[in-house]
Design a binder for this molecule. Structure first.
Ligand code: KIV
Ligand code: ZN
Length: 410
């Protein structure tokens, strides 16, 4: 058996909920295009009812993405679902993801609802979402701390109402792999109509276990993982897409499923998200960190030179690292510039735009010895920023630093 594992990317929704990671509509479209090149199955583009800006961004992503399904989040409320339905209208393939909390603490303290009422809201929400698309996902929020019997009841009811994907979120990152895996297996076994839906998981990283919990769920029958590039997301973040995908690919002996992703696009996606959000990737981050394929110890270097597999379990090129990384500077030609820009997922609408960026690169290279990827990212971001758009101009900058009052001592 080798099932498909659906990759549902929520960088543009849960990822954007990281404090300080908000993105403009244009930035979301750029990231969505990079995710489409990566061939993720579903892109959760935002929460249309959250703000007019988020509505517009989801609509813009829905308009420009052709190959991935575009999803919008909605609370189990009519007005949220109608907003999501409207924002997703231009999408070639759309999904509405509706949710309501099911843990005792959330139902009592946050929703102030009885469990029966929560089931009613969930069923109504799924039915309303079906007016806009036949691809409806339901999440019992805080499932990680919910009662299993109650989860069975609500999930059975939403499948009967027409939900095709049941997402089990560990909203507060409380679960432990063995236990979370067992929960998924139990739900699939106990819910009488579980064969009519795909089970999905959405794990947060509060205990650093998001990827481990997601993989434990996959080993127990989950066939969709919700994740984000670089593990971005609320608080400590979500399961990192690159780690989940490469674990499944690298350990084919353990996983009976595969993803359809073009993993060679992982690194450029990671860099794009990092440059747009301003969240740097730690050097020792698995797969995409600067040191992920670097070998420092002499014994390791010697081993790798003799046979790569001695210390590398994956091929760096398979996730987008290039074997010969060229250093760009003022002597670099247009071709080297163009291919580096392609690696960074930069798109140029015309030759003229490329020439213009190359001209600005040369100007910068005259002032700066070595041009880093961050400089190139800044070049791309500057493009299209016309002089008449300028509201502020930096006239001068002064930087001071001190350790305290200047005192002379004999
Ligand atoms: O963490 C969570 O519970 C969520 C839901 C909306 C799926 O993000
Ligand atoms: Zn979440």
């Amino acid at each position: 058996m080798n099932d498909k594992l659906i990759i549902f990317d929520t960088t543009l929704r849960d990822g954007e909920q990281s404090p300080g990671a908000s993105m403009t509509g244009d930035e979301k479209v750029r990231i969505a295009r990079a995710l489409e090149r990566l061939q993720v199955d579903v892109i959760e583009a935002g929460f249309p009812a959250a703000s007019p800006g988020d509505f517009d961004a989801v609509q813009a992503v829905a308009t420009s993405i052709k190959d991935s399904t575009v999803c919008g989040l909605a609370r189990a409320l009519e007005k949220d679902i109608d907003r999501a339905g409207a924002a997703l209208k231009p999408a070639r393939s759309s999904r509405i993801h509706t949710f309501i909390a099911t843990s005792p603490i959330h139902m009592k303290m946050k929703l102030q609802m009885q469990p029966e009422q929560v089931i009613e809201y969930a069923v109504k929400a799924v039915k309303r979402a079906l007016k806009y698309t036949d691809n409806v996902e339901f999440s019992p929020e805080d499932a990680g701390r919910s009662d299993e019997d109650f989860l069975c009841r609500i999930l059975e009811a939403v499948i009967n109402a027409g939900a095709k994907t049941l997402n089990i979120p560990d909203t507060v990152g409380y679960s432990i792999p063995q236990q979370f895996g067992a929960t998924i297996a139990n739900l699939i076994e106990r819910i009488p109509n579980s064969d009519k839906a795909i089970f999905s998981v959405h794990c947060h990283n509060d205990l650093g276990l998001a990827v481990a919990n997601s993989l434990a769920a996959v080993m127990n029958g989950a066939r969709q993982v919700e994740c984000t590039i670089n593990g971005l997301g609320e608080r400590a973040g979500n399961a990192s897409l690159e780690e989940v995908v490469m674990a499944v690919r690298t350990r084919k002996d353990v996983f009976t499923c595969h993803t359809d992703l073009d993993t060679r696009e992982i690194l450029s996606c990671s860099r794009l998200v990092s440059s747009i959000t301003g969240f740097p990737v730690q050097p020792n981050k698995a797969i995409v960190g600067a040191n992920a394929f670097a070998h420092e110890a002499g014994i390791h270097q010697d081993g790798v030179l003799k046979s790569r597999e001695t210390y590398e379990i994956m091929c760096a090129e398979d996730v987008g690292w290039t074997a010969n990384r060229m250093v760009l500077g003022k002597h670099s030609g247009r071709n080297a510039f163009k291919s580096r820009m392609a690696e960074l997922s930069a798109e140029f609408a015309s030759e003229e735009e490329l020439n213009d960026a190359f001209f600005r690169f040369k100007q910068l290279a005259d002032k700066k010895h070595e041009i880093f990827d961050e400089d190139l990212q800044a070049l791309i971001s500057e493009a299209g920023f016309e002089a008449e758009d300028e509201c502020y101009k930096l006239i001068s900058l002064k930087v001071c630093s001190e350790t305290g009052k200047f005192l002379m001592q004999r």
